[in-house]
Design a protein around this ligand. Structure first.
Ligand code: NI
Length: 196
């Protein structure tokens, strides 16, 4: 049976509102292995202008990649924030969400397997089983507490991104041999990129 797909490249970038804001910076996305991707990120204590700028840049970077989710550690900032937009239908308006200090407050017993990918582990995909639905509570850029139940790709994406804030990658769910194989490929890719 085919599993639903969470390829970052599945996202259609043409409807991104953030791309029109020219002031936003496309930030460099760290590639695994990198110690900054393994760290426990710190809670954000104040929604400063810097946090707003980081959120805007992260959305631009995510849409540009293209991807459906991006966590702050992936751009080298070890703070608890991620962005996501899992709208894939070009006829549906985009829904960029910025989640600060996100917490899973409930997870379904039902599990779903998605073939996951990650912008920090380009072109590598593997099946990961996670709760099908989760409730997430977070602080918005508006300073208010939000809580929402996510299902489908949104639920998988939220859990994948919250893992990033705890220094965990989707390959950490795989068997050691498969994980080592992917890590070696990434080390090779980074050597190639460094050579230009
Ligand atoms: Ni990821």
């Amino acid at each position: 049976m085919a599993t639903p797909c969470y390829h970052p490249s599945a996202f259609l970038l043409h409807h991104c509102p953030q791309r029109r804001k020219s002031k936003n910076m496309i930030r460099h996305i760290l590639i695994h292995p990198d110690p900054r991707l393994k760290r426990l990120s710190d809670p954000i204590s104040e929604i400063s202008a810097d946090v707003g700028k980081l959120a805007d840049d992260m959305l631009s970077t995510m849409y540009d990649a293209p991807g459906v989710g991006l966590a702050a550690p992936q751009v080298g900032v070890n703070q608890r924030m991620f962005v996501m937009d899992c709208v894939k239908n070009p006829d549906t308006p985009p829904r960029p969400i910025v989640l600060i200090n996100p917490e899973i407050t409930w997870a379904s017993e039902d599990l779903t397997t998605y073939e996951e990918g990650c912008l920090s582990i380009p072109d590598q995909y593997a099946d990961v089983e996670r709760p099908s639905e989760v409730r997430v509570r977070w602080l918005g850029l508006d300073g208010k507490t939000h809580e929402e139940q996510f299902a489908g790709l949104w639920a998988t994406c939220a859990q994948h991104e919250i893992d990033h804030l705890d220094g965990k990658l989707f390959i950490d769910y795989l068997r050691p041999l498969k994980r080592q194989m992917i890590t070696r490929k990434m080390e090779k890719l980074k050597r190639e990129l460094a050579r230009g």
